[in-house]
Ligand binder design. Structure first.
Ligand SMILES: [Zn+2]
Length: 333
């Protein structure tokens, strides 16, 4: 039965039990401690873990108290065994690298791995892992306009838009409101029904948005679409009055503008729910804009930039989420 949860700190293991099974992967025969999570035992080297986590050092010390003889040191942890497998895999490797940089897209970590690094890294103060993973998330869900505008993709290579659910919950966990706002924006761009039902991890556990965050997305989605359409119209409609000749012979800027309006009617991409920051890249509209005279092209580009900047400043209001830390930009660039 899947368990719905928001963050790992909610978990409480009431009656610790012995390991029912040894993990197939993280089990070192000559290990010095067995960590047990959800009935799965991980046999690892105590010294290596203690070096990386002050919290585990304390737990090992407590487990050691009053212990006599040669029995195995066993420490029960009230967390997901899936999360611990991901974290221990990294902690037990020779160098703590999360494959976040200098990796091909398929070598980068999955959302499930990154979330495990953040949750357990934070809770057990495994700083090398926690800091790298947070920096990685923030480099994509980045609340800096210039960075955001320059990036080609909005999520790490192996994330889907709906995986932003986990980022929203991490932002709540770390009280990072700009990060939550960016992640909620990405949640609004998915048409996956998992936004409502939650994302399922490899062990069947499901993570959902909190009812409050789901309600924000529900209200924001149509507002974002309206904002996008309004911004496109503000960019294009002044061209309809252009008296000038375009660079294409016998085809005025006004004619190009009419074709663009036609494209807006027929191209479903521009009518779908979504992103107020979407440009015209790769569309018929981009090709039509190239045919404009130099003056119209410059004025269109200026309106485009202004609309994007205005939408950025409006984002907290559009998402219905006041965010005093939000960094506004100068509308005129
Ligand atoms: Zn013109």
């Amino acid at each position: 039965m899947p368990v719905v949860f928001v963050d790992t700190e909610d978990r409480v293991e009431e009656t610790p039990s012995a390991a029912e099974t040894n993990d197939d992967e993280v089990w070192l025969d000559d290990g010095s401690v067995t960590l047990v999570a959800q009935g799965i035992g991980f046999r690892v080297y105590k010294g290596i873990l203690a070096k990386q986590s002050s919290v585990l050092t304390d737990l090992f010390g407590k487990a050691q108290e009053g212990r006599t003889g040669q029995e195995d040191l066993v420490v029960h942890l009230p967390d997901s065994s899936r999360d611990w497998r991901h974290v221990l895999r990294v902690c037990m490797s020779h160098n703590v690298t999360l494959r976040l940089r200098d990796a091909t897209p398929m070598q980068t970590p999955s959302a499930e791995e990154v979330f495990a690094y953040v949750r357990l890294g934070r809770k057990y103060k495994i700083e090398a892992i926690y800091e790298q993973a947070m920096e990685y998330l923030k480099s994509y869900f980045n609340p800096d306009y210039n960075h955001f505008y320059q990036q080609d993709i909005w999520t790490p290579p192996r994330f889907r838009y709906v995986d932003a659910i986990g980022v929203v919950n991490i932002a709540r966990l770390t009280s990072d409101e700009p990060l939550r706002l960016m992640a909620l924006l990405v949640c609004c761009l998915t048409d996956s029904t998992e936004l409502l039902t939650g994302i399922a991890y490899s062990d069947g556990e499901v993570e959902t948005l909190s009812p409050e965050d789901l309600a924000l997305c529900w209200v924001a989605r149509p507002k974002l679409s309206t904002a996008r359409l309004r911004s496109i119209l503000r960019i294009v409609t002044p061209l309809l009055a252009s008296p000038c000749a375009s660079r294409k012979e016998g085809f005025g800027c006004r004619d190009a503008a009419q074709c663009i309006m036609g494209e807006l009617h027929t191209n479903a991409t521009f009518l779908e729910p979504g992103n107020p920051f979407m440009g015209f890249n790769g569309s018929e509209i981009e090709e039509l804009l190239v045919t404009l005279c130099e003056r119209c092209r410059a004025s269109t580009a200026a309106r485009h930039s202004k609309q994007h900047r205005a939408a950025w400043n409006d984002l907290p209001a559009l998402m219905g989420m006041p965010c005093p830390e939000w960094k506004m930009v100068d509308i005129d660039g």
